[in-house]
Ligand binder design. Structure first.
Ligand SMILES: [Zn+2]
Length: 315
């Protein structure tokens, strides 16, 4: 059961520590409790991505020391890349217009801290953010392991920048060579977020900036919706809050700069479709009402309960 009130700074003195639970992957403390368990044990292509048939998210644990949340079942890198290759991009791809709007918001965030230069977008998907950055004069590189998305990104960039169809660790990027590195909705998917963050930090020039947007377990949406929060997903291996996000960057030798929340843009049809998948009251009827007419195509900004962190690599 989700009991958000249990995650204050100090655990209540009477709280029992469950035995047999793993240590926190972020701070290594053996001070972990069950946050949510829907008994969904499967991690298969049918419960990944926007086109999923099954919304079970598995057992999610939470560290009482640093606030980090994580899925107990953690697939290997090889299992994950196999699953992502099978992902059905159909529903994701219908939302191109909304993704461009969200990408423009991301660029505004980046340009608040760094004016231009060389940028790498890790997990660039179909390249909406890279296109906005290239339009604004950035020299861009994208890394994306899913082939279908890679092909779309190449098409969208039409020759500007490099799109590398591989994992970050295999991309062979030169260390200390980027002014900005972006992780838009990526850190929640990686099996070892700390090692991943350290690797990302090594790619930044001294004084370069790193940006990461993640699901926030302490967001109002997560607290209010509980088990029905649409970001509790099988492919989300990691969940943060402000404290654990800051801590993750610090452990990767990055300097904490800022924290914020941005909305993502989606069509009304997509919003109701996703809420209906999670059995939110009234969503199925609303989805039926807006499907296939002009209402469904209206794009709206939605705060899903995500947060972003900004760090810099010390000069
Ligand atoms: Zn921890």
């Amino acid at each position: 059961m989700v009991t958000p009130s249990a995650f204050g700074k100090q655990p209540p003195p009477t709280a029992e520590v469950e035995t047999g639970l793993p240590a926190c992957p972020l701070c290594s403390r053996q001070d972990v409790e069950t946050y949510s368990d829907d008994r969904g044990r499967q991690l298969a292509a049918s419960n990944l991505g926007s086109s999923r048939q099954d919304v079970s998210h598995g057992k999610i644990l939470r560290c009482r020391t640093c606030g980090f949340g994580f899925r107990q079942l953690r697939p290997t890198d090889e299992e994950l890349s196999r699953l992502y290759r099978q992902l059905d991009p159909e529903v994701y791809e219908r939302e191109t217009r909304g993704r461009l709007r969200t990408a423009q918001r991301h660029l505004k965030i980046v340009q608040r801290y760094v004016a231009g230069g060389r940028l790498v977008d890790v997990g660039c998907a179909s390249g909406s953010f890279l296109r906005c950055a290239a339009d604004a004069g950035w020299s861009v590189v994208g890394v994306e392991p899913a082939q279908t998305l890679c092909a779309k990104a190449k098409q969208l960039l039409s020759g500007r920048g490099d799109i590398l169809c591989t994992s970050l660790q295999q991309a062979g990027l030169a260390p200390s060579s980027f002014d900005a590195l972006t992780l838009w909705d990526v850190l929640e998917h990686v099996p070892d977020p700390l090692e991943f963050m350290k690797y990302c930090a090594s790619l930044l020039k001294p004084g370069g900036y790193l940006f990461a947007n993640v699901p926030d377990l302490d967001s109002r949406q997560a607290r209010f919706l509980g088990e029905r929060w649409p970001l509790l997903l099988a492919e989300h291996l990691n969940y943060f809050n402000r404290r654990s996000l800051k801590f993750c960057g610090e452990r990767a030798q990055l300097q904490w700069v800022d924290f914020g929340r941005r909305p993502a843009s989606f069509s009304l049809e997509y919003v109701f479709y996703r809420l209906a998948q999670h059995h939110v009251l009234g969503a199925t009827l609303s989805h039926r009402m807006v499907s296939g007419n002009f209402l469904g195509g209206i794009s709206i900004p939605v705060f899903l309960g995500e947060s972003y962190g900004v760090w810099s690599r010390p000069a």
